[in-house]
Design a protein around this ligand. Structure first.
Ligand code: NAI
Ligand code: MG
Length: 358
């Protein structure tokens, strides 16, 4: 068989982003070097808050066209203490997700072997979810404005946009994911009691799309009640779909319930595959630990596995996760998981385990 080669754009960006992306690339290269079944070729882009402060731009002219040539994008985190968060987020991350129509944000969460949930009775296997977040519109559509700035009667609007087109494509995508998982269970989360326009549309579209997936069990939750169910009955959930804002919040909760935000990955997918998809740990730039060498690289390793899966290297992805879990089980854990291993020690342990067990 012809050995496939994938071209990956890496954008480490800010804070601990460069630390964890470097670790992720080291592990991916060890994996492809050991398995010998595919090649990875990385191109580095130094787009970050530093370049923004120097040039006034996160993405240089023609940058998106360059990115478009790659098979996938591995992203670190964006955000700096001296740049307002809405500037950095819209300047880099959303400036890629939105034009590339990466409308499906996929966030798998489970308790990895060798780690613990903060929930008293939640063991490996009890919490195993995939959260699907609408990633192109909704509450983060960017519609709105401000008038009468600084006056006591200042007014701001943040308008949520829900189109049948986008709601339908994300719900259909979520049904497809649910159908591929053993439990075939999809929970549709809204707040359609209070948000009586856009989210009633969600409920109606979900009921329509459900007809095409008779083998998937659908259940409905309001987002506030959903938080309690996630904490009290994690074993009753499997695949979850929600709006941009709701799923953003629920997935941070999910990561914490699974043990740490330092393990959680996310994929920003263009399911049409017209544009490259972008893979990143869900955490941000973590100013409080930047440069200390203690960031947990596991979220980026899991992110790397998700990227391989999307590229069609499912077997390699599974092996990578197995290796990561072996290392966790051996007790090589960073501080956020209750251990004392540094980023470099966790990375070295994963590389050694790849060489030993694969
Ligand atoms: P954060 O995720 O950066 O940090 C939250 C807490 O989790 C901190 O105590 C941090 O030390 C800890 N943490 C995060 N990742 C960790 C890891 N790998 N290992 C160990 N501990 C870890 O969220 P925060 O503080 O709200 O945001 C900081 C900056 O990051 C802001 O500028 C924000 O806008 C940006 N951000 C960017 C994101 C992205 O690029 N996708 C996502 C979230 C935040
Ligand atoms: Mg978030």
């Amino acid at each position: 068989p012809v050995k496939k080669a994938y071209s990956i754009a890496s954008i480490p960006a800010d804070g601990i982003g460069p630390e964890v992306v470097e670790a992720g690339i080291e592990v991916l290269q060890a994996l492809s070097g050991t398995l010998q079944s595919f090649d990875l070729d990385f191109t580095h882009y130094d787009w970050s808050s530093d370049t923004y402060k120097k040039t006034g731009k996160y993405i240089p002219d023609g940058g998106l066209e360059q990115l478009k040539k790659h098979d996938a994008i591995l992203f670190g985190a964006v955000g700096a203490p001296d740049v307002p968060d809405h500037i950095s987020l819209w300047g880099l991350r959303l400036a890629i997700c939105q034009p590339f129509q990466q409308y499906a944000n996929v966030r798998p969460t489970r308790v990895l072997k060798g780690t613990q949930s903060p929930l008293r009775n939640c063991n490996t296997g009890d919490l195993d979810w995939v959260i699907i977040r609408e990633n192109s519109e909704g509450e983060y559509a960017g519609h709105g404005g401000r008038s009468h700035r600084g006056r006591p009667w200042e007014t701001a609007t943040e308008v949520s946009i829900f189109t049948r087109h986008s709601v339908e494509r994300i719900i259909r995508f979520a049904f497809e994911i649910a159908q591929k998982r053993p439990r075939k269970l999809l929970t549709v989360v809204t707040k359609s009691n209070a948000q009586r326009n856009g989210l009633v549309l969600w409920d109606e579209v979900a009921a329509d799309v459900a007809k095409d997936f008779p083998d998937v069990t659908v259940d409905k939750m309001l987002v506030d009640a959903m938080t309690t169910r996630m904490v009290l009955k994690p074993e009753t959930l499997d695949t979850i779909v929600a709006t941009n804002l709701h799923a953003d919040i629920l997935s941070d909760l999910a990561a914490a319930l699974a043990g740490s935000i330092g393990i959680a990955p996310t994929s920003n997918l263009d399911p049409t595959r017209e544009n490259p998809s972008m893979f990143e740990p869900i955490h941000g730039s973590a100013f409080d630990i930047t440069g200390k060498g203690v960031a947990n690289p596991v979220a980026t390793f899991w992110t790397a596995a998700e990227m391989l899966e999307w590229l069609g290297e499912g077997e390699a992805a599974q092996k990578l996760m197995q290796v990561v879990e072996n290392v966790c089980e051996a007790g090589v854990l960073s501080a956020d998981l209750g251990g004392n291993a540094t980023t470099k020690q966790v990375t070295a342990a994963v590389v050694a385990e790849i060489k030993k067990s694969l």
